[in-house]
Design a protein around this ligand. Structure first.
Ligand SMILES: [Mg+2]
Length: 99
């Protein structure tokens, strides 16, 4: 399935279920992902099945696409650019300091 089809279906879901419905759904999916990841928190990934984690990441990714459409894809994209740049700078600084 191409990106255009994914976008169309996400927009249709927002129309079909409404903004409130999809925000609520997003909160539910984030909570399910948090629960799926919790055994890994500070633990050993090899001890747990990752199938459920992958499944919940996919659910959240789909909801994040819709949240970006609702709250502004350009705004999110600009903030992501800023935060990625900040992350890079922070890591570079930490690496310099650890030398
Ligand atoms: Mg889920």
């Amino acid at each position: 399935m191409n990106q255009g089809m994914v976008r169309d279906i996400c927009l249709d879901a927002i129309k079909h279920y409404g903004i409130d419905g999809q925000v609520t759904k997003c909160l539910e999916e984030i909570s399910e992902l948090a629960e799926a990841l919790s055994p890994f928190n500070g633990g050993n990934l090899t001890l747990i099945s990752t199938d459920n984690i992958v499944d919940e990441i996919a659910d959240v990714a789909i909801m994040i696409l819709q949240m970006q459409m609702i709250f502004g894809e350009d705004r999110v994209s600009k903030r992501m650019e800023f935060k990625i740049e900040r992350l890079r700078n922070r890591m570079m600084k930490e690496r310099r300091e650890s030398e």
